[in-house]
Design a protein around this ligand. Structure first.
Ligand code: EPU
Length: 448
């Protein structure tokens, strides 16, 4: 294992520089073959990093993806006084966090505005420090993305929460107390925020209608390793026995199920065969994909268990249109909606994709149309009539998953695709361009 020069835990910002900016040039039409190492999950690592704030002891995370969002959150945490130490080796990066002190007044407004997951700081800091002022979080423009469930949950736990001029102010000078909370809908972020806060609250908290995503199981496992008692993570009722003394923890971030599903689509779309290698043992089979696995298989993405991961290739019958409705886990993940649309754009027959989670998550449709896709949107449903082949075009990514979808479309298309808006890709994926190149893709990054 190599380690970078590190004068002290507290001085170490990410020494690795996340890839960012520029544009991609993709020459489509090459079948992708080989092994693609799946990174630690973006949507697991961010709450796990915030969870390190609940203990003054060391928390080490393995399999951390070197993505832009991770770098931004690292900088945010460092500004708050958290020590960070990075190591390379084994699986992904390893990050040790030390939140022995928190300067809650040092929240960086600009950094909070760059990512949605910064809202998770709310529960952790108010529970630990008794007060927090947090600007409204940023993130992908894919819908309204309210935070009312987060605020109502914290109020139920005894915090006084106000929202004025874009700043959330939460105060609980005598600490949070356990509460019975029912989420209006199973929000991933609200479940995570309240789960993190509840381990420091006195007494028992129950979160009903909780989100059941695997990332919540991963978060609960890490908190449990610190000494928290959490029952039911991964079901719709999570119970937390709060107020226990917490120690440090060592935890391996679960593999990214969205990257897994996306690259499985890339294998089928290019008529290649890719071993999706999972670097941690969380759940390596198709089960990780929930309801997406049988739907992708029906669309012609053949998935089979393989040593260390999952094998993905095009089914002998070719790509076929299917209907998809995005749903909270274990339903079809909204984060796979755009990549699935890129796949179905060249599947035989008709497909319909209904987006039920985010009301503005079809911004990739216009870009896919520029490449020759036949897609009509009516309300929350996109109707797709598969064409034989897409054609390369100049397209722009508007969010993380749209970026991945356009990469896929470019890999399958005839001719050259130029993809702008690369910051979106870099926010969510660690080394996707390099990993696809290693599987035979003609894909290069250029600076304007
Ligand atoms: N919602 C509210 N009020 C709230 C919270 C949520 O109205 O207080 C609504 C949202 O507007 C949305 C629905 O509830 O319509 C579900 O949102 P959720 O809270 O579950 O989403 P999130 O926590 O903001 C996370 C992921 C998203 C992923 C969704 C759904 C992270 C950092 N983000 O967002 O990931 O799409 O869960 O699975 O974990 C992505 O990775 O590209 C991404 C957007």
């Amino acid at each position: 294992m190599t380690s970078f020069p590190e004068p002290s835990l507290r001085a170490a910002s990410p020494w690795w520089q996340p890839r960012a900016g520029g544009y991609l040039r993709i020459e489509g039409g090459r079948p992708l073959t080989g092994t693609y190492p799946i990174s630690g999950a973006k949507n697991a690592v961010l709450p796990l990093m915030v969870a390190a704030l609940v203990t003054p002891h060391l928390v080490t995370l393995h399999n951390v993806p070197a993505s832009l969002d991770v770098a931004v959150l690292s900088n945010l945490l460092q500004r708050l006084g958290t020590g960070l130490s990075w190591r390379q080796g084994g699986v992904g990066l390893s990050l040790t966090l030390c939140a022995d002190r928190i300067h809650e007044a040092r929240i960086d407004t600009a950094l909070v505005g760059r990512m949605r997951a910064s809202v998770l700081l709310l529960g952790a800091i108010v529970a630990r420090c008794g007060e927090v002022r947090l600007p409204l979080p940023g993130g992908d423009a894919i819908g309204l993305r309210g935070i009312d469930f987060h605020l109502a949950g914290l109020r139920a736990m005894g915090a006084t929460v106000t929202l004025e001029a874009g700043i959330i102010h939460a105060v609980a000078p005598r600490g949070l107390r356990g509460a019975e909370i029912r989420l209006p809908q199973p929000s991933v972020g609200a479940t995570e925020n309240l789960l993190i806060a509840a381990v420091l609250a006195s007494g028992t908290t129950t979160i009903a209608n909780a989100a059941r995503e695997p990332e919540i199981i991963d978060l609960a496992a890490c908190l449990a390793a610190m000494g928290a008692v959490i029952i039911g993570a991964g079901t719709d009722v999570v119970t937390i026995l709060g107020g226990r003394a917490l120690g440090g923890a060592v935890h391996t971030v679960m593999p990214d199920r969205i990257e897994t599903g996306t690259i499985a689509c890339a294998a089928a779309l290019t008529d290649g065969a890719i071993l999706l290698r999972h670097g941690s043992s969380f759940e390596t089979g198709a089960d990780l994909l929930g309801a997406a696995a049988p739907i992708l298989e029906a669309a012609g993405v053949a998935l089979s268990p393989a040593e260390g991961g999952l094998m993905a290739r095009r089914a002998p019958g070719g790509l076929t249109g299917v209907d998809i409705q995005t749903r909270p886990y274990p339903g079809f993940a909204t984060d796979l909606q755009a990549p699935a649309m890129a796949l179905l754009a060249t599947a035989a027959g008709a497909s319909a994709i209904t987006e039920t989670i985010f009301e503005q998550r079809f911004k990739h449709v216009d870009e896919l149309r520029k490449m020759g896709a036949h897609i009509q949107v009516q309300g929350r449903t996109a109707f797709i009539r598969g064409v034989r082949r897409l054609s390369g075009a100049h397209v722009t990514a508007t969010d993380v998953r749209a970026a991945a979808a356009l990469v896929l479309a470019g890999l399958g298309a005839k001719g050259t695709t130029i993809l702008d808006g690369l910051d979106h890709l870099d926010r969510g994926y660690d080394g996707m361009v390099e990993k696809l190149s290693a599987c035979g893709a003609s894909i290069t990054r250029a600076t304007p």
